[in-house]
Design a protein around this ligand. Structure first.
Ligand SMILES: NC(=O)c1ccc[n+]([C@@H]2O[C@H](COP(=O)([O-])OP(=O)(O)OC[C@H]3O[C@@H](n4cnc5c(N)ncnc54)[C@H](OP(=O)(O)O)[C@@H]3O)[C@@H](O)[C@H]2O)c1
Length: 265
């Protein structure tokens, strides 16, 4: 699929993967709707896009995707201006690094409300128009933590496992239509994701951290792929396969790796 003249809505477009995806879609000629809470940052992205690609429309809407009423308002605003969207990228998300015993229910809920329900609210808001036009693409940004339980990220894992499961079910429901859903699941990416207070003492291992741009490219690839899930890098699929196929062998390794990682930080 070519992206010129496609209308693309990206949640979490104010930084990291979402911001890079916005530049990439803009470079291919797409019109953009940029969603997030930090309007100043969204406006910076919009200005950069408009300076470089003058022909395209770019709209900024402040919306906290964890709040259903805000998503409903945002979708009304979008449909009033654009009539429809072609591509929905559910990318907004965050994590709190903390073990279960020290994580409050509010902190657990906030991750599930943003990462899982936020994506579901957006899908529910835009799926009807996609089905009506019999055209649409949805990309959900999950994580390797959608398939492998990671110590100190239990609630983040719950939200991403949920997102993958929801996407897989919808993938089957959409079979036979021209509306498709896919999931992009990266390993660690160098972004502001780790600026959250809870990650303060973690030092990223640069060798295994991807660039936001490489994940943005995978989002565009996913739109043209019939596969449900694309892992980034592709060989991370091997880790998922091993964990799910030989859990009695891999669980102690995963545990040991993360314990060592936490000791070394
Ligand atoms: N970085 C990694 O290692 C990694 C690995 C695997 C998957 N991921 C996933 O990749 C996605 C993007 O993260 P990133 O790495 O690019 O981190 P990031 O730079 O922190 O970007 C996160 C984006 O999500 C937005 N966001 C967060 N909560 C929101 C809310 N309630 N409503 C609307 N927007 C919200 C933020 O915008 P505002 O603050 O302006 O609202 C920001 O634009 C997330 O879903 C994350 O789970 C990241």
């Amino acid at each position: 699929m070519k992206f010129n003249d496609k209308i693309v809505l990206i949640t979490g477009a104010s930084s990291g993967i979402g911001e890079e995806a916005a530049y990439l879609f803009a470079s291919k000629g797409a019109d953009l709707i940029l969603i997030g809470r930090r309007v100043d940052r969204l406006n910076q992205v919009k200005v950069r896009i408009e300076e470089k690609y003058r022909e395209q429309r770019c709209k900024v809407i402040r919306c906290d995707v964890s709040k259903r009423e805000e998503v409903l308002e945002m979708s009304k605003d979008v449909l009033k201006d654009f009539k429809y969207i072609d591509i929905l990228v559910n990318n907004a998300g965050f994590a709190i690094f903390s073990n279960v015993i020290n994580t409050s229910i509010e902190e657990i809920k906030s991750q599930i409300e943003t990462n899982l329900l936020g994506a579901i609210y957006c899908i529910k808001a835009f799926l009807p128009i996609m089905l009506e036009r019999n055209f649409g693409r949805i990309v959900n940004v999950a994580s390797l933590a959608a398939s492998i339980g990671v110590p100190n990220l239990a609630s983040y894992c719950a939200s991403k496992f949920g997102l993958l499961g929801f996407s897989q079910a919808l993938y089957h429901e959409l079979h036979g239509t021209n509306v498709r859903i896919s999931v992009v699941s990266p390993i660690t990416v160098k972004t502001e994701f780790f600026n959250h207070q809870s990650f303060k003492s973690i030092e990223l291992e640069p060798k295994i951290a991807l660039s936001a741009n490489s994940v943005a490219k995978a989002i565009l690839r996913a739109i043209n792929s019939k596969r449900l899930e694309i892992t980034v890098p592709f060989y991370a699929r091997g880790a998922i396969w091993l964990t799910q196929t030989l859990p009695y062998l891999t669980n102690p390794i995963v545990r040991e790796l993360f314990i060592r990682f936490n000791k070394n930080r």
